[in-house]
Design a protein around this ligand. Structure first.
Ligand code: URA
Length: 219
C-alpha cells in the first residue's frame, strides 16, 4: 500500500504484485464477463484485507484449550457500512463483504449522463443509519470525473456522521481524486492503481473500459 504524494489519504496497491496481476486481467480487452466479475470479487477481498491493516485493533484475553493468552480482534471491522454504487460495484462489494462480514450494506443507484455535462442521476437510495463508530466504505470500481462519488458522499453524510469515510475502487484518474478531495477532504481512497488521465468522454486512460458493461456483458 503506497500513499500517493499528491494527496493526503490516497493509497494505491501498485506495490502488491498479486493485486497488479488481478488488475492486469481486468484491463485486458480479451477478458470476458465471467473472469472480469471474478477479478472484481477477488480485488474486493484483498483490498478489504489490506484495509483492515489501517483499522483499530483491540487486545483481548482468551483461553486456548491449554492456557490463558491474549488475542487480537479488529474492532473497526465490526462497525462497517458498505455503500454499493450500482451497478459495477456489486462484484466488488461481494469481495469486500467476505472480509468485512459484519458490514451493513447500503445501495445507491447513481449514474452519470453524457459528456460534456456528466450530470448525475440518483434513482434509488437505501442507506442504513450511520453511527459515530462506523467506517463507511463507498465501493465504486472507477473513480473517473469524481462527480458520482461527490454526490453519493453528500447523500450518505445525511444518514449520520461516521468515524471514517473510505472509497474503495479499482482505478482512479488524478482529476477525479482532486475533485473528490476538494469537496470531501475527510475522505480516504484506496484504489488498485492511479491511471494517467481521463479522455473527452470521461473514461480513464489506460483504464479498463466500462466496468459495468464488462462485468455484466450488457451496455
Ligand atoms: N466508468 C467506467 O466504467 N470506466 C471508466 O473508464 C470511467 C468511468
Amino acid at each position: 500500500m503506497i500513499e500517493d504524494k499528491r494527496w493526503k489519504g490516497v493509497y494505491s496497491f501498485e506495490d502488491s504484485p498479486f493485486i497488479m496481476e488481478i488488475l492486469t486481467e481486468l484491463r485486458d480487452e480479451k477478458t470476458g464477463p465471467i473472469p472480469f466479475r471474478k477479478g472484481l470479487v477477488k480485488l474486493g477481498r484483498y483490498m478489504a484485507y489490506e484495509l483492515t491493516k489501517t483499522m483499530e485493533v483491540e487486545r483481548v484475553p482468551i483461553k486456548t484449550p491449554l492456557e490463558e493468552t491474549t488475542g487480537t480482534i479488529v474492532k473497526d471491522r465490526r462497525n462497517v457500512v458498505i455503500i454499493t454504487v450500482l451497478r459495477a460495484a456489486i462484484p466488488l462489494m461481494e469481495g469486500l463483504i467476505k472480509v468485512l462480514d459484519h458490514a451493513r450494506v447500503g445501495i445507491v443507484s447513481a449514474s452519470r449522463g453524457k459528456a460534456p455535462k456528466f450530470e448525475i442521476e440518483m434513482r434509488y437510495v437505501k442507506v442504513p443509519q450511520i453511527r459515530e463508530e462506523d467506517t463507511v466504505i463507498v465501493a465504486d470500481p472507477m473513480i473517473a470525473t469524481g462527480s458520482t462519488l461527490i454526490k453519493v458522499l453528500e447523500e450518505v453524510k445525511k444518514y449520520g456522521k461516521a468515524k471514517r469515510y473510505v472509497i474503495v475502487g479499482v482505478l482512479a484518474a488524478p482529476e477525479g481524486i482532486s475533485r473528490i478531495k476538494e469537496a470531501h477532504p475527510d475522505v480516504e481512497m484506496f484504489v488498485a492503481a492511479i491511471d494517467r488521465e481521463l479522455n473527452d468522454h470521461g473514461y480513464i486512460l489506460p483504464g479498463l473500459g466500462d466496468a459495468g458493461d464488462r462485468a455484466f456483458g450488457a451496455p
